[in-house]
Design a protein around this ligand. Structure first.
Ligand code: 13P
Length: 252
């Protein structure tokens, strides 16, 4: 089957509301004829409403970078999936390696957040990936399969159609050191194989698996040409509307 490409921009802690709106306005024009590709941006929470205003009616989705499992309550600093959905977000990043490494996110926490997103109609983009040490120790499959097993624990096959997976090798994030297409394809195939082994066949066939880690206009096409790479989760290059649009047109 052909899976529709999905390119997302993770703006991380960049672009306050007015600059974020400016990028969104440019994307609106640059991506007016983007063809057969799904596009989403994940601004910092403080810029989400400004970006939503600029992208209304474009089909470019806006998501939240972080959610807490609870819908509301005494959770200072947290974003709720229910509230994110209510203001117009359609997706949430869950389990990004920066959340895991800097903020102590666990696989079990990822699982709770995925379930909370699904309960409130927010589509999770679940991030997994190994560190350089784990790759050097030949533990890539062990690590990503373990992350998947806990992140997806307790989900029914039909729920998985709401998910996107993002394979982001930690050593490739923000380093300029992209995984080669062969390296990335090998892990994507292994992820799809794991899905095939644990869920009905259609789940693995339909699941979109994005690659993330130093994706740029110059390397997007060769990565996206790989049979198991269905999109990209772009950090640095998504802050510049021309380069983000360049990635999308390279695959559209
Ligand atoms: P870079 O594209 O800056 O390497 O970041 C990737 C990333 O972390 C996307 O979530």
């Amino acid at each position: 089957m052909t899976r529709r490409p999905f390119i997302a921009g993770n703006w991380k802690l960049n672009l306050p509301p007015e600059p974020a709106a400016e990028v969104a306005r440019k994307l609106r024009h640059l991506l007016a004829d983007r063809g057969n590709v799904d596009v989403a941006v994940f601004p910092t929470a403080l810029s989400i409403t400004a970006v939503l205003d600029c992208l209304q009616g474009t089909g470019i989705e806006v998501g939240v970078q972080e959610v807490h499992p609870a819908a509301s309550g005494a959770f200072t600093g947290a974003n709720s999936p229910a509230m994110a959905r209510k203001i117009g977000c359609t997706r949430a990043l869950v389990g990004h390696s920066e959340r895991r490494q800097i903020f102590g996110e666990t696989d079990r926490g990822v699982n709770q957040k995925v379930k909370a997103c699904l309960a409130h109609g927010l589509l999770p983009v679940v991030c997994i990936g190994e560190t350089l040490e784990q790759r050097q120790a030949d533990q890539v499959d062990l690590v990503v399969h373990g992350q998947l097993a806990t992140a997806l624990d307790g989900l029914q096959p039909d729920q998985l159609s709401a998910l996107t997976l993002a394979y982001e090798p930690v050593w490739a994030i923000g380093t300029g050191q992209t995984a080669t297409p062969d390296q990335a394809q090998a892990v994507h195939a292994s992820i799809r194989g794991w899905l095939r082994a644990h869920f009905p066949a259609y789940v693995a066939e339909e699941m979109r698996i994005q690659y993330g880690g130093s994706v740029k206009p110059a390397n997007a096409a060769e990565l996206l040409r790989c049979p198991d790479i269905d999109g990209a989760l772009v950090g640095g290059a998504s802050l510049d509307p021309d380069s983000f649009a360049g990635i999308i047109t390279a695959v559209g």
